[in-house]
Design a protein around this ligand. Structure first.
Ligand SMILES: NC(=O)c1ccc[n+]([C@@H]2O[C@H](COP(=O)([O-])OP(=O)(O)OC[C@H]3O[C@@H](n4cnc5c(N)ncnc54)[C@H](OP(=O)(O)O)[C@@H]3O)[C@@H](O)[C@H]2O)c1
Length: 248
């Protein structure tokens, strides 16, 4: 492991689920962590404590990433702490589907959070990122063309847009900053709500490996993309084989 003690990462959506696992994993690898979350103060405090238990610094900011004003405040705080960010993990994502396939307000909500806000965060982070830095987007297997279900049409469209944006951003920022994405499959997080045992079994029945992806397995993939200096513009699928079916 390289000496990372003066290095900072920013992880969005760090109060729970995949973002919390990524924040803890990066801290274990020696990075100090900034996080952004929207509402869950208890989760954020637990994640900060875990990061500190690895001997790293942690500061999780409560902010809505769709708000320019709130993001500006977060980045003012970041710049007071450090002049450089070595890693950005754009992890925030919401699942909002109602009255598919033509609910315009649902598409607008998905567009604001799952797509445009990701660019707002990257726009502010990139000027702080020195040569050798890394950006990882958390996409979804729903973003592969023809993969998303009709019931997840707005979410799928925005993740597909994110994949396209990620690849073009990787070309734009190379060779200074590498940009990649992880596309998780069904990952057991609070995004799924409170599933009972039968529901948990139901959702892995058609998964080739008959298992849920864990948030830690997604975090492993994020760390691989950060560490491997030859990978650029890649979408790394972590889905227990679900894409082998050609749909999900
Ligand atoms: N879980 C899956 O099966 C799965 C599969 C494929 C891809 N993904 C992707 O993985 C990523 C993480 O998903 P997850 O399952 O870990 O979700 P999650 O458990 O619902 O956690 C979402 C996180 O994002 C934060 N957040 C949501 N909206 C925000 C906003 N407007 N501003 C700031 N923070 C916001 C939440 O903050 P608070 O809770 O504090 O409000 C929370 O920390 C998403 O991009 C998702 O699309 C998930």
């Amino acid at each position: 492991m390289r000496q990372q003690s003066e290095r900072w990462a920013l992880v969005t959506g760090a109060s729970k689920g995949i973002g919390a696992a990524i924040a803890k994993r990066l801290a274990r690898e020696g990075l100090n962590i900034f996080g952004i979350y929207r509402t869950d103060k208890t989760g954020a405090a637990q994640v900060e404590k875990a990061i500190q238990s690895y001997g790293r610094k942690a500061k999780l900011f409560q902010a809505d990433i769709t708000s320019d004003a709130q993001l500006d405040k977060v980045f003012d705080q970041i710049k007071k702490t450090t002049p450089t960010l070595h890693v950005l993990v754009n992890n925030v994502g919401i699942y909002d589907e109602r009255e598919a396939p033509f609910a315009i307000e649902v598409f607008e909500h998905n567009f604001q959070v799952n797509f445009l806000a990701q660019i707002k965060v990257a726009k502010r982070a990139v000027p702080l990122m020195p040569k050798g830095s890394s950006i990882v987007f958390i996409s979804s297997i729903a973003g592969f063309i023809g993969s998303g279900m009709p019931e997840t049409i707005a979410y799928s469209a925005m993740k597909a847009a994110l994949n396209s944006y990620m690849k073009n951003l990787a070309r734009a920022l190379a060779p200074k900053i590498r940009v990649n994405a992880v596309a998780p499959g069904r990952t057991l997080t609070p995004m799924w709500g409170d599933l009972d045992k039968a529901e948990k079994r139901y959702w892995i029945k058609d998964v080739p490996l008959k298992k849920w992806v864990t948030p830690e397995e997604v975090a492993d993939a994020v760390w691989f993309l950060i560490e491997n200096t030859a990978v650029c513009g890649e979408i790394l699928t972590v889905d227990a084989g679900l894409m082998l079916k050609g749909e999900y």
